[in-house]
Design a binder for this molecule. Structure first.
Ligand SMILES: [Zn+2]
Length: 392
């Protein structure tokens, strides 16, 4: 049993959700902690650990029935998808609140990271509907929990955009990732826990009825990259006392979003894309994600915007991209489709080589479940197959 209690320090705007398997800290650097009647947020924060370790959760405090039912269902889905990694869990609390969800006027909270997806969804939504949402940026995910300088630089880089598009910007700092990493809560080669960390932080703000998250992939691409934490199927099952989680724009690919932003009036210097930690929040222009994004821009109008430190784009641009990762292959297919629909095959750098390489990698991945795995992981998996109970 994973037993959780919350220590709230109002003078430091800090909550420590303590458990017998470690603690998760939540800090609100710019505002007071909202009045908390429910500890739904802590349950969501610990859920990946409970699923990973196969432990039921007990909260020393109150939970809403909506959160309990939602979290139990979500854990069942993940356990059915990845039974070697996760188990379904049961959740109990000192008291369970059965109030119906409130009927207040609808208020929205949008997750905002500064990347292409969240910038596209919030900007296109703003152009259509005006300012109808606050935003939440979580520190402790893309940026290390104790790295204040880089996170502040991200806030500076995105400040004008957030001011234009959102009413209020919320910031939460959490070290949930430390505990997820300690217990190996993510599958090899993919990431699941980010959606739990985000949902947990958003749940601290219970005045909202809808949390909005930009889809990372179009719906068909979500099947391609499965399992992946933020997906339309489980996102729509995630609820707390007052709010649900809405996935925005799962009908649009990353390349289409890039094209939209490129052709809009937006100052693109707000975008933070890079996976090279030393360069963030600026974009190095060399890492796999910068190269993919450059390719998307180039496929649209044969130009690379000045948001990259290195703006080179030549025949070998995809050398830094690992093709064994299906997350990357999904984006490569997206880039190829963009080039093909614009009939730019002849002028796009490395088009034929890229197409051959990604097709070969996909064929290999289809027949070889160990494709791209490290040798020690292959051995570990073979041993699992040989010694799993009820084999065959
Ligand atoms: Zn980069």
């Amino acid at each position: 049993m994973l037993i959780i209690k919350c220590d709230i320090d109002l003078t430091k705007n800090k909550i420590v959700a303590k458990s017998n398997y470690g603690d998760i800290r939540y800090i609100l650097p710019n505002q007071d902690i909202p009045a908390l009647k429910l500890y739904d947020f802590a349950m969501w924060g610990f859920l990946p650990i409970a699923m990973r370790l196969g432990l039921n959760i007990h909260i020393q405090g109150s939970l809403s029935i909506q959160s309990i039912e939602s979290a139990q269902l979500v854990s069942k889905v993940w356990a059915s998808w990845l039974p070697n990694l996760y188990q379904a869990v049961q959740i109990t609390a000192e008291s369970i609140i059965h109030q119906p969800q409130s009927e207040q006027s609808q208020q929205n909270l949008t997750f905002f990271s500064g990347g292409i997806d969240s910038t596209f969804s919030s900007y296109s939504h703003f152009l259509k509907h005006g300012k109808d949402s606050d935003c939440l940026t979580v520190h402790g995910m893309d940026y290390k929990f104790d790295d204040h300088a880089k996170f502040e630089a991200l806030l500076d880089q995105t400040a004008a955009f957030r001011k234009e598009v959102f009413n209020t910007s919320h910031i939460i700092q959490t070290d949930a990732y430390n505990l997820y990493s300690k217990y190996g809560c993510n599958p090899k080669g993919s990431h699941v826990t980010h959606i739990f960390s985000l949902f947990s932080c958003a749940t601290l703000f219970d005045k909202y009825q809808h949390y909005r998250i930009a889809a990372d992939y179009r719906l068909d691409q979500q099947f391609f990259v499965h399992p992946y934490g933020s997906n339309t199927a489980t996102n729509r099952l995630m609820k707390n006392h007052n709010a649900d989680l809405t996935t925005l724009d799962d009908h649009v690919t990353r390349a289409q979003k890039t094209a939209f932003l490129n052709q809009s009036q937006l100052d693109l210097s707000t975008l933070s894309i890079c996976v090279d930690y030393s360069a963030r929040p600026k974009n190095c222009g060399k890492c796999s994600k910068c190269m993919r994004t450059k390719a998307m821009f180039y496929a649209i109008d044969s130009k690379i915007p000045e948001i990259f430190v290195d703006t080179q784009f030549n025949q070998d641009w995809f050398q830094a991209i690992p093709f064994h990762s299906k997350l990357n292959r999904a984006f490569i297919f997206d880039i190829l489709a963009t080039v093909e629909s614009a009939s730019k095959q002849d002028e796009f750098p490395g088009y034929s080589k890229l197409k051959n390489k990604v097709t070969a990698a996909s064929k290999r991945a289809e027949v070889n479940p160990f494709y791209g795995m490290k040798f020690k992981d292959i051995i570990r998996n073979i041993l699992k197959i040989l010694f799993s109970p009820n084999r065959g």
